[in-house]
Design a binder for this molecule. Structure first.
Ligand code: PLP
Length: 323
């Protein structure tokens, strides 16, 4: 794969670890975890990898401000704010939702990193983002727009490199399971798999969207990502594996399944998964194991994409405490 410019932000490679106690508790398969919750930038997560390629392009373009958008508890926004601070850039975040009375979790960290926050509604977010970019430009602040979730071909390419990193650690798992949302992580893994000849299952557990919608977005993004990396692949939406059985009560609503997954990972492995993304993916993994979806002797890798700061968001405190 062609090497793209990357601004070092992450501690790589992230650890690859077996999860023997969780495997035993669930009665197999052989579970592993790839610790992208330990990427090292401001409590870690998958966005650190994407920001390495995206920030290289921002610096190359002479940016003075990183501009991006997300939900109130966006890990992507928290990581972007931290990357900006570490590179001496300003950061503006467009967040969809009502400013909460108590600032907690990722939102608290956004403020510590000095990010300017513009509040809007989910519907108006694209227009507000565009207006923010124009205002920053007019004020001479040289904005660089980081796409939603960092999920452009440039951001996704980081996950093709991440797959190469995993294979270099000596494990080619039968299945890789992870949380998928804006689709860049999955697009990068899928592109990397085709370019590197990895034939395992790459199964995204959808956090908020129907499988067909995600597949339709991830397939062309993976094709473009492969092109950026100097390759050429063909991919149809149905080649992208997405499971949307675990959407529960909707985005960021923690239900009994997520709460159980958070406890199982914590109590059996000392690992933290979060109420929004990795807890939902972990709940999907646990349920698929219980259904017998995987063979008992398979190596199944849970790609931990981070998110733990949301455990400290005010809205989840009571349920996590009571459970
Ligand atoms: C912790 C965590 N896991 C997974 C994802 C999903 O990654 P992607 O947006 O690349 O699909 C996100 C996205 O915000 C995230 O914050």
């Amino acid at each position: 794969m062609k090497p793209l410019p990357r601004t070092p932000l992450a501690q790589l490679p992230t650890p690859l670890q077996p999860m023997p106690r969780l495997s035993a508790a669930l009665g197999g398969p052989q579970l592993w975890v790839k610790r992208d919750d330990q990427t090292g930038l401001a409590l870690g997560g998958n966005k650190t990898r994407k920001l390495e390629t995206l920030c290289a392009a921002a610096l190359e373009a002479g940016a003075g401000t990183l501009l991006t958008a997300g939900a109130i508890q966006s890990n992507h926004c928290r990581q972007t704010a931290a990357a900006a601070a570490s590179l001496g850039l300003a950061c503006t975040l467009v967040l969809a939702g009502e400013p909460p009375a108590l600032t907690s979790g990722n939102l608290l960290l956004d403020g510590l990193f000095g990010a300017e926050i513009i509040w809007t509604t989910f519907e108006e977010r694209p227009a507000v983002l565009q207006a923010a970019e124009a205002d920053l430009r007019a004020a001479g602040k040289r904005p660089y727009l980081i796409p939603y979730g960092g999920s452009s071909p440039l951001g996704a390419a980081a996950y093709a490199y991440a797959l190469e990193e995993l294979l270099g650690q000596g494990l080619a798992p039968d299945s890789i399971v992870f949380a998928t949302s804006s689709g860049g992580t999955q697009a990068g893994l899928v592109a990397g798999a085709r370019l590197l000849g990895y034939g395992g299952r790459i199964l995204g557990i959808s956090v908020d969207e129907r499988a067909a919608d995600l597949q339709a977005r991830v397939a062309p993004l993976a094709v473009e990502t492969a092109e950026l990396l100097g390759g050429s692949i063909q991919l149809a939406p149905e080649d992208v594996l997405v499971n949307d059985d675990y959407l529960g009560e909707g985005y960021a609503v923690m239900g009994a399944a997520e709460a159980e997954a958070i406890r199982l990972f914590a109590r059996h492995e000392g690992l933290l998964v979060d109420p929004v993304y990795t807890g939902r993916a972990a709940a999907g993994l646990i349920d698929l194991i219980r259904q017998g979806y995987f063979n008992k002797d398979e190596n199944v890798l849970f790609w931990h994409t981070g998110g733990a700061p949301a455990l400290f968001a005010e809205r989840y405190q009571q349920d996590l405490h009571d459970g």
